[in-house]
Write a new protein. Structure first.
Length: 214
């Protein structure tokens, strides 16, 4: 395990380092094994210094989970608000969520470590809900734009239901492709998602997959 040597750095940078060290420890040892001592050693600081930034291990875990979810969702939020053809943006959003660094073993292990605590930890559950709803909003936005471009009416309830269904499809293929990636050719999982979402949105064949295969 690599340990950083102590250096004087700005407080914001030190806090970010501690969050990164927390995520490293959770990825290596799970939440139970990510002790304050282990995190301090990984960050190259003392336990006393950690208490200057965080009141407890739970607070560190909350900050780490928020950072993980922010890193996972930020590309989708940015893509959903870009100008350009909505179908192109939707394609890139799907691909971003089914390729590294979002779709890789480390991200999966971190997500899995935290997700088991969501039902019993209200603070982690609140963070999870916040990011889940924000991701749905980004998907919803792109779905509405796609249908507007096609001249097809779409009410808010219908677009929301489609966003939930597409999110579920992405989540399932994300897990499958990341955990047993040796069973699939490069891009196969993403191709499955694009083709399935074409059917779900009743888009023309190749509307999403043609560019992905070119």
């Amino acid at each position: 395990m690599s340990r950083r040597t102590y250096q004087r750095v700005p407080e914001a940078v030190r806090r970010d380092d501690l969050i990164a060290a927390t995520l490293d420890c959770v990825a290596s040892f799970g939440i139970a094994g990510a002790t304050v001592r282990e995190i301090a050693a990984r960050a190259g600081v003392t336990g006393g210094l950690i208490r200057h930034y965080f009141d407890s291990k739970d607070q560190m875990l909350q900050a780490a989970y928020r950072q993980l979810m922010t890193d996972m969702c930020a590309p989708s939020h940015a893509i959903a608000r870009e100008e350009g053809k909505a179908q192109d943006c939707l394609r890139r959003l799907i691909l971003a969520n089914l390729t590294p660094p979002i779709a890789d073993a480390r991200t999966i292990s971190l997500w899995a470590a935290f997700i088991g605590h969501i039902p019993i930890n209200p603070d982690l559950a609140s963070i999870h809900r916040e990011h889940y709803l924000a991701f749905l909003e980004s998907l919803d936005l792109l779905i509405v734009r796609c249908f507007q471009e096609l001249g097809r009416p779409m009410d808010a309830k219908q677009s929301r239901r489609l966003a939930v269904a597409i999110n579920g499809l992405i989540d399932g293929l994300w897990l499958e492709g990341s955990l047993i990636d040796d069973m699939f050719d490069t891009g196969e999982i993403a191709g499955m998602a694009l083709q399935s979402i074409e059917h779900m949105l009743e888009l023309a064949p190749g509307a999403l997959t043609a560019e992905a295969g070119s």
